[in-house]
Ligand binder design. Structure first.
Ligand code: GLU
Length: 289
């Protein structure tokens, strides 16, 4: 099998050292295996995407010595694909509309009968306020309202068949090799995640799964912070009949206080180092590559 990986930044700020590490590692892995490296711009959140970041990302990557195969895939061009997948899941009774605000969820999750509030990959585990007792009967998926995946029904739909993925890097607790995903962990530690966010037509989880399949990705190389979310991705792949790639979750680049770098860490922006005269080799050394 050809090794095909990708780098998938969001155009919401400058690339920083953490991005450089992820992109260089994925690119090195692809090159050493005679494989392919692809670029995808994750721009479903158009309220945060800025035109200048699209070209700045490509410019920084080229400067680092990274080249990609084929056309850059932009998620904002793929709304029809996301809608079709939502319609498929809706028709199978696996989605429900939910208009709860973050505050509603916090209030419901901290009600005394719920026990201690529990966090999953998307924040507080959804306490199920809008989950219907019986799936919606309408044939057409409602437009625009946020939609959640009914994890219990989703597990029933796959007949509780075991889910797993292969990890060649490691998770936060050193998880590696064949990772099995239990139904209980999906129900209790992930919960009913949002698959269509307000004004986005999709969500990170849904689009990443559809796009990895569309780009024929065999190996997903990305930060360890996304290890827990992989369970949702594997469930969605099973529901949508898509292949599960191999995953390689890598260490995170942190600042001197141990905090993970974020988009707002302009001080560690690649552009800043470039302006100060650093070379691509200096960047590699800074991230221990
Ligand atoms: N767009 C995501 C990020 O910038 C990457 C998601 C992924 O690699 O699956 O963190």
């Amino acid at each position: 099998m050809t090794f095909r990986t990708r780098f998938a930044p969001s155009p919401t700020g400058p690339l920083h050292l953490g991005h450089a590490y992820s992109a260089l590692l994925a690119h090195d892995m692809a090159m050493s295996r005679n494989g392919r490296f692809l670029l995808r711009i994750e721009d479903i959140d158009q309220s945060r995407a800025r035109p200048e970041w699209y070209s700045a990302i490509e410019d920084d990557l080229h400067w680092l010595g990274i080249t990609w195969s084929g056309k850059v895939l932009r998620q904002s061009d793929r709304t029809a694909t996301y809608s079709a997948a939502l319609q498929t899941l809706w028709s199978r009774g696996l989605l429900y509309p939910c208009t709860c605000s973050r505050r509603d969820i916090e209030a419901a999750a901290s009600a005394p009968q719920e026990g201690a509030p529990h966090h999953g990959p998307d924040g507080l585990i959804y306490p199920g306020t809008c989950r219907p007792n019986t799936p919606g009967g309408a044939l057409r998926c409602p437009e625009d309202t946020p939609l959640r995946l009914d994890v219990r029904r989703a597990l029933a739909a796959i007949e509780d068949e075991p889910l797993s993925f292969r990890e060649t890097g490691s998770g936060p607790d050193g998880e590696t090799g064949l990772i099995t995903i239990s139904g209980a962990s999906l129900r209790d530690d992930v919960g009913d995640v949002v698959l269509r966010r307000r004004n986005m037509g999709t969500s990170y989880h849904l689009s990443v799964v559809l796009d990895d399949a569309a780009q024929g990705i065999s190996h997903v190389v990305r930060g360890r912070d996304l290890f827990e979310a992989t369970r949702i991705h594997v469930l969605l792949q099973r529901l949508l009949n898509l292949p599960t790639p191999t995953y390689h979750h890598h260490r995170l680049i942190r600042d001197e206080t141990g905090k993970r770098l974020a988009k707002r860490d302009d001080a560690r922006a690649i552009a800043r180092y470039r302006a100060e005269g650093a070379t691509p080799q200096d960047i590699r050394s800074m991230v221990d590559l």
